[in-house]
Every structure is written in C-alpha cells, then in structure tokens.
Design a protein around this ligand. Structure first.
Ligand code: PLP
Length: 397
C-alpha cells in the first residue's frame, strides 16, 4: 500500500532530524537539544494558578462546546481587552487544540485545492505542512535579514495573485525572533488592500517581547482589512502540551462571515477541545505574574547565544527581540559543508548538539542558517556554543 500524495508532500524540519538524534543517543551520547520551542523541557513551570485549576477541573470530563468553553471564551475576551485593547464578541473567538489545529481549520475554510497562500520566508513550518495537505500552492515573501528580519513589502506585492486566499504574518516571529514595526504592518495592509483577502496574524508570542513596547497587534495597526489572529497557551503560559490555542476574528466590513462559519463548522466536526484543560486555561488567562521573571531569564539566555555567535568568525546574527528563537547565518564558503542541513547533521553527529537547519523554514531566506532555541540555562547554552565553535574550527577547509 502507498502513502497518499497529499501526505507524502509534507515535510516538518523541526522533527525530521529526530531519527538521527535517536541513533546518536543510542550510541550512549548525551544530546544538547536546542531544536524545539518547548519550555517545559527546561527549567520553566506552568503557572501554579493553572495547575491548581486543572486539578479542580479534572472531573469535567464531558465533551465541551465545540467553538470553545464559554468560561474560556470569557477569559480570552478579558485577556485580549487587557493586553491588546480589543473588544471581541464571543462569536468571533474559536478555541482549538493548539494554534496548530486552528491553522488547519481556518486555512481549510478559506481555500480550495489549487488556491494559493502567501507565507513568510523563513516560516514556522506547520504552515507549509497544512498548505501541502490542503493542496494549496505556496508563495513566499522574503523577510529581510539586513532589515531586522522585517517583511519585505515589495516581495509581498510581487507574490500576490488573483487566487491568493490569505497572507500569513508571524509576529513576533519564529524562527527569527523579529517583531514587526507598525510602519511595515501599515505598508502590508496597503499592499493587500486591492486583493480582498484576509491577513492571518500569528501572535502566539505576543507577550514574550524581550525589548519592551516593540509589539503591535496587527488589528491595532491595520484597521480596514479582515484579520484572523492566533494566540494560545503554549508559549506565554508555558503549557505547550496542554494543547490550547485560539483564533479571533477582526472583520471591520463583515466580509468574513462565511469562511469563519466554515472554520467553526470544522470545530464541530472534531467535537471539542479537551474540556478540563480549557477550564484551567480560563483560570490563568489574565494572570501574567510569571512573565517579568520569565522574560529576564530568557533575555540572559539570548545574550549568551548572541555573544557566542559573535565570537565565531563564520557566524552572524540579528539579535532576536522576542520569543526564544535565534536564527544565525552560517558563512559556508570556508567550511566543509555543502549546505546548512549537512552542517546541522554533522554537528549532531560530532558534537551532539541538536539544532534545526534553516532551509527547513524557508527555501530562500532560510538557506545557510540554523535555528537555535535558547530556552536552556546559560551553562548548557555556553557549552553548546563552545561545541559549535569547536566544530566549525575543525571543519574549516
Ligand atoms: C509561530 C507559531 N505558531 C503556532 C505554533 C504552535 O502552537 P500550538 O502549540 O498552540 O499548536 C508555534 C509553535 O512553535 C509557533 O511557533
């Protein structure tokens, strides 16, 4: 029997290297894993208020409201009002089993096979995976490393087509750690205005901005274009394994009723997200007491990586402004590797440090980069940077 074409076209770089890592580990080597943005694997804890609420909610084993438990919807309304100033009607919020599920539901509701979607390069790879699954043609717009990894608006204009069904922004960004300026957001709004399509704005790292005051939620800047925003509990609330995310609709001219109803219909097809976990998230949604110390910790760890990268001749980096991802460039011209993937595999085999190759995030701008997640403590990160340096020195031509 054979795998369907629809599924065989899907690649997921972040987890693709795991079989090689397992092989290295099976030889008794301890691997420094800096490949996945999962805080709970390091010294971070889900806020106590949410943990306690989960214990209390454990008896709520019923299948909940498909679009999201009302208690959670109310908490999301309060949270969005508090942090972003939005008044969002309950009908304009959908809860999913992670943003991941909502990427599928909303893209499925917006497009048919053969349509196009415009993604950033580099991009969080779930978008490519879902687009492939749905039979969409992917176009990429460049994000400019030389301009703090901001989206290149000309590249957006060049890659919009009559059958483009959505433009995706990831802000703050995975994998670059960039935060988009209001000026660039405004220009993006102007660029897509003639196309009558929504912006999908993935803001799952919104409160994880290390450099304060930089972040602007897209609907606060672009006022006249429909926007679907994603956010959730995997990052800011440190609970990636709880699998709760949400989408909000900002539809100033009422153009999105049909596709939004389509996405809501998809939530009904899968019955509901995990009910007790939704109640636990509701308890913690407006409480961000854990954030100041979290951001302080992340900032110190970022600095270890940025300083480590700057200490290696062949590497360079735009210092990340948010989240916990760094995306250094490798100058391969004097190294014994044909590309970034070979570099990352070599590093894993020789020094047992697991990163993700940049080309797994985007065909053009991701090339000659790697993503290093800086969630681990300073000691582990310093050790990793030393190993990367040793590996590079050893592999100079
Ligand atoms: C930009 C972005 N969006 C969405 C997700 C997935 O979120 P969730 O855990 O809510 O499915 C991630 C996870 O790394 C991400 O980086």
């Amino acid at each position: 029997m054979k795998m369907s074409d629809r599924v065989s076209s899907i690649k997921y770089a972040i987890r693709d290297l795991l079989p090689i890592a397992e092989e290295v580990a099976s030889k008794g080597h301890e691997i420094i894993k800096l490949n996945i943005g999962d805080p709970i694997r390091f010294d971070y804890e889900i806020p106590a208020i949410m943990q306690k609420a989960l214990i209390e909610a454990v008896s709520k084993g019923f299948c909940g409201r498909s679009e999201g438990e009302l208690e959670l919807i109310k908490a999301i309304q309060a949270k969005e009002k508090m942090f972003n100033g939005f008044d969002i009607a309950k009908e304009n919020i959908l809860v999913g089993s992670g943003v991941s599920e909502l990427i599928s539901f909303t893209l499925a509701a917006l497009s048919d096979p053969g349509d196009r979607v415009l993604l950033p390069d580099p991009c969080y790879p779930a978008y490519q995976g879902v687009a492939n699954f749905l039979g969409l043609t992917i176009d990429y717009y460049s994000c400019d490393e030389a301009n703090d990894w901001q989206p290149n608006v000309d590249s957006i204009k060049e890659n919009l087509h009559d059958n483009t069904k959505a433009l995706v922004l990831i802000n703050p960004n995975n994998p670059t750690g960039a935060v988009y300026s209001p000026r660039v957001l405004k220009e993006i709004g102007d660029a897509i205005a003639p196309y009558n399509i929504p912006i999908i704005s993935d803001e799952i790292y919104d409160l994880l901005t290390i450099e304060k005051g930089l972040f602007h939620s897209t609907p606060n800047v672009i006022k006249d274009i429909p926007i679907i925003r994603y956010n959730g509990f995997s990052k800011v609330y440190l609970a990636p394994g709880w699998r709760v995310g949400y989408a909000t609709l900002h539809d100033p001219n009422g153009e999105m009723k049909e596709p939004w109803e389509g996405a809501a219909k998809m939530t009904r097809v899968r019955l509901s997200s995990c009910t007790p976990i939704q109640h636990a998230c509701a308890a913690g949604a407006t409480n961000i007491d854990h954030l100041p110390s979290l951001l302080e910790k992340i900032e110190k760890r970022r600095n270890v990586v940025v300083n480590g990268v700057n200490d290696i001749e062949e590497l360079s980096i735009v210092s990340p402004k948010a989240a916990f991802y760094s995306f250094p460039r490798i100058d391969l011209s004097n190294l014994n590797f044909k590309d970034d993937q070979e570099f990352v595999i070599g590093l894993l085999k020789e020094e047992h440090v697991l990163l993700v190759h940049g080309s797994g995030f985007g065909p053009k701008e991701g090339k000659d980069h790697f993503r290093l997640v800086y969630l681990a403590n300073e000691e582990i990160l310093s050790d990793a940077m030393e190993k990367i340096k040793r590996f590079i020195i050893k592999n100079r031509v």
